[in-house]
Design a protein around this ligand. Structure first.
Ligand SMILES: Cc1cc2nc3c(=O)[nH]c(=O)nc-3n(C[C@H](O)[C@H](O)[C@H](O)COP(=O)(O)OP(=O)(O)OC[C@H]3O[C@@H](n4cnc5c(N)ncnc54)[C@H](O)[C@@H]3O)c2cc1C
Length: 289
């Protein structure tokens, strides 16, 4: 199918894009990598009358600070895999991004677009919630911060206002010895996941000093397994402790069923992926300098 008629405007700056959003309101859509929006327009699931192309703005950059990573909104998925500093400081970014679609889509798709699109099992939104992240939402004359946990409202729904544009994403990286891991299962390589889990473990010697677990496929938004996280602090993360945490994390979720997987199967996957991700993250934290 072909999209319905639309006016095309290329934004020259973030301010210009925000001014255009303010002018056209809900009739307008931002075009970033186009990897979700163009398909939706062709299927007429989206019918913007004005398309504001932000794809060439200078927002494709990665900045590593002390305890933080900042991604410009147009950072391509591929950059998360290839960036040398990120590979050294937080390899979980590249590990997560490798699960997104295929190389051509990773060359075009952007971090900001993925978060704004808010597919329930998209990897970048999961990473944002796992790493206690937030986004900068720019509008005419102001920028507000939205925490990842408050950004996602439901499948394909966020708390962004029609006149707001994500300009950057910020992630919090643990200070001490830590390891991360992201695992998922999809029907075919490159498909959206049936279920996915991200884990971060901080440790002092054998003892866990902090844990973060995000589950994708449990709800229509990424959810943190807070009770399971808390149960790990002070523990030595053995096979049985990881299995208990995985079972507890999954049991606490409602989980949804659809044509691709039943709720029970998703719960089983979340339990098993959590167990494995925790053990790998813990081992990596032990190996960290
Ligand atoms: C075959 C296929 C398989 C895929 N598989 C996966 C997968 O496994 N995992 C995954 O995560 N994704 C997958 N994707 C989607 C891909 O990751 C997209 O890149 C991503 O969802 C959207 O990013 P984009 O830059 O292309 O955004 P676009 O398609 O340009 O825009 C998507 C939406 O976000 C809005 N938007 C874009 N940028 C901003 C911004 N800065 N601020 C506010 N709103 C904005 C747009 O207006 C639009 O509503 C797949 C896509 C395809 C075609």
């Amino acid at each position: 199918m072909k999209p319905s008629a639309f006016k095309y405007v290329r934004a020259g700056s973030v301010e210009h894009a925000c001014a255009l959003l303010a002018e056209h309101g809900e009739d307008a859509r931002l075009l970033a990598g186009g990897q979700s929006l163009v398909a939706m327009m062709n299927l007429r699931l989206a019918r913007p009358s004005v398309l504001i192309d932000i794809g060439r703005l200078a927002l494709a950059d990665i900045a590593i600070g002390t305890g933080s990573v900042r991604l410009g909104a147009l950072t391509r998925h591929r950059m998360l895999i290839e960036h040398l500093g990120l590979r050294r400081m937080a390899p979980v970014f590249g590990e997560t991004a490798r699960y997104i679609a295929h190389p051509t889509i990773r060359n075009h798709g952007t971090a900001g677009g993925s978060v704004a699109h808010a597919d329930p099992t998209a990897e970048i939104p999961g990473l944002l919630v796992l790493l206690d992240g937030h986004v900068d939402a720019a509008s005419q004359g102001s920028v507000r911060q939205i925490q990842g946990r408050e950004l996602f409202r439901g499948a394909f729904s966020t708390s962004l206002k029609p006149q707001e544009m994500i300009s950057a994403l910020h992630f919090r990286i643990p200070a001490g010895r830590w390891g991360g891991n992201f695992l998922e299962l999809a029907e075919r390589v490159g498909d959206f996941a049936l279920a996915a889990v991200g884990a971060v473990v901080e440790r002092d010697g054998e003892q866990v000093t902090g844990a973060r677990i995000v589950l994708l496929g449990a709800e229509s938004v990424p959810v943190r397994a807070s009770a399971a996280e808390a149960s790990l602090v002070g523990e030595r993360l053995t096979e049985s402790v990881a299995a208990q945490a995985g079972a507890a994390a999954a049991a606490a979720q409602r989980c949804y069923g659809d044509v691709r997987a039943s709720a029970g199967y998703r719960r089983h996957l979340l339990s098993e992926l959590t167990r494995r991700a925790l053990l790998t993250a813990y081992a990596r934290a032990g190996a960290a300098a």
